[in-house]
Design a protein around this ligand. Sequence first.
Ligand code: CUA
Length: 361
Amino acid sequence: MGLEERTQSAGPRPERQHARADWKQMVGIGIIAAALGIAAGLLIDWFPVSASEQAKQIDTLWDVLIIFSVPVFVGVTVVVLFSVVKFRMRPGEENLDGPPIHGNTRLEVIWTAIPAIVLVGLCTYAFVVLEDVEAADSNPLNVRVVGEQFAWTFFYKQANGKEVASTQLHVPINKQVKFTLQSKDVLHDFWVPAFRVKKDAVPGINVTYVVNPNRLGTYPIVCAELCGLGHAVMRSTATVDTQEKFDSWLAAVGKPAATAGGGGGAANAEDGKTIFTSQDANCSTCHTLADAGANGSIGPNLDTALKGKDPAFIKQSIEEPSAVIADGYQDGIMPPNYKDTLGEAKINALVKYLSEVTKGG
Ligand code: CUA
């Protein structure tokens, strides 16, 4: 019906009473809302503690992006809401029209030029930051990071040139570390949030990035690429040490357990217990074992699962966790890299310990 009446009327229709509003009021609301938005954006603590040189620049970049992007979002929202409220059609205004307007060249030039300048400026700044955080020092510490379902293994070259493996990442403070990321199976993503930088580990290629750790402490490592059922447990820790502590740690990595090393294989059950709860193996996080005071529930209860099993079965379960899967558990949750990271002597000690404490009953 409104349409019929409209087609019948000739000439310009009368203007609606509420078709004009004070644009200064809108700009005022926009400026206040943008200021509040920026303040909130800067006050929120978005990130964990920062532990690298790279983190500083990345955090500043984030703040600058907040300062520029909040007003854009707030500005668009304010114009939309202001228009909806101010220019809404009141009852009885069905046949009235807004003022006749034919564009506004000056406005169009301004709203094209300002975003273009802001965009080019931010892209340039982000590119400079990227160049800076990727700048390589001449003599970095090289760490090869290998991801697999669902564990990280860190390989270092010792002073004698021998490569050793660890399940934990240790790095010295104030020295650049160059990570070379590799994957044995699917895409993973090596991320230490405290360092801020992260990249995918891609099967078949070497992906690198550098980080200059600058704060002592231990920080979480997470896999940031959905990689299968155990993705959530694909975690480890990164420890930033003094150079001295790091050197002695590195020298000790890969060394056989104290008593197991001397005679060449006389594995000792007491060592096995130490290894069981140590950071290297960390069995107690996932397994229950009364003798070690462990009560993890992610993997099978070893007091029952290993009862009466021979050492060969126990050894296979550690070295090739996919060979036999306990009822009710998923393949792929137990880290498959203990053969590399613990070494023969420690695994033998662990097997001896486990077969002794699960024998009785
Ligand atoms: Cu590896 Cu997610």
